[in-house]
Ligand binder design. Sequence first.
Ligand SMILES: [Zn+2]
Ligand SMILES: [Zn+2]
Ligand SMILES: [Zn+2]
Length: 280
Amino acid sequence: MKIKILGSGGGESFPAPFCSCKHCEEARKLGGKNLRTLSQTLINEDLLIDMPADTNCHAIAHGVNLGKVESALITHIHYDHFIPAVALTHGGVQAHNLKYKNFNFYGASNVKEKCEALFTLYGVGSEVKNSVLFNEIEPYKTTIVGKYKVIGIKAMHAVSLNSLNYVIFDNDKSLLYLIDSGYPEEDNLKFLESLNIKFSAVIMDSTFGVGIRRASKFHMSFLDNIELKEELIKRKIADNSTKFVITHLTHNLTESHEKTEEIFKGTNIDVAYDGYEIEV
Ligand SMILES: [Zn+2]
Ligand SMILES: [Zn+2]
Ligand SMILES: [Zn+2]
């Protein structure tokens, strides 16, 4: 299972376009791994997680051919995770030689509503409209998504929007994707235990950076990330071979990539950056 983080920034990206705080100014000056676009991840070459406004730029910057992507799992409809303008170019004269005739969205029912509203707003033709399909995820049930088995779990984040975190199985490999999410509640940890697997990789929300433990109910801090890693190992949901990664970093509570890596030194937790790639 190849996992590529296309965008490692939080809600406003990092640097935030309108912001002149010292972290944003430093990121602009340093460039490279300090430039974090909106959250999106690619699994192998055919499964996306989320579709933010930066999707076009991600495809260009990282050499990703979206015509080879069969499906996108949507975590939730916050603006930094779901502005599916790029779906308006799926098909017709805008996309030749598509590998898959249809593009399949998976998520809560509001994913369909939002995307259809966008089609209406821009007067998208039936050729493109009919090629984009929507599938509702029922939490805690297994859904077949292309060649993957996927389980959506209720996220501790924007609960009224039915936000989802995901468990993704690619043959014998498995990923726990916790973006966006606060520290998981006991019910979810029990559910993960019941799956009786050790995850190959765990990707964690780190929006609250250097903030205190449980600084937010709906996002995690670095202390929460380190605690969660130990908790998952204790519960035998993960072990020392599990790859742990943090992403969704923001200017308010995170400094440079280098300083963040320094904080995580010795924890065996990787700090993601745009273009970070692992194979598990
Ligand atoms: Zn977010
Ligand atoms: Zn800033
Ligand atoms: Zn969110």
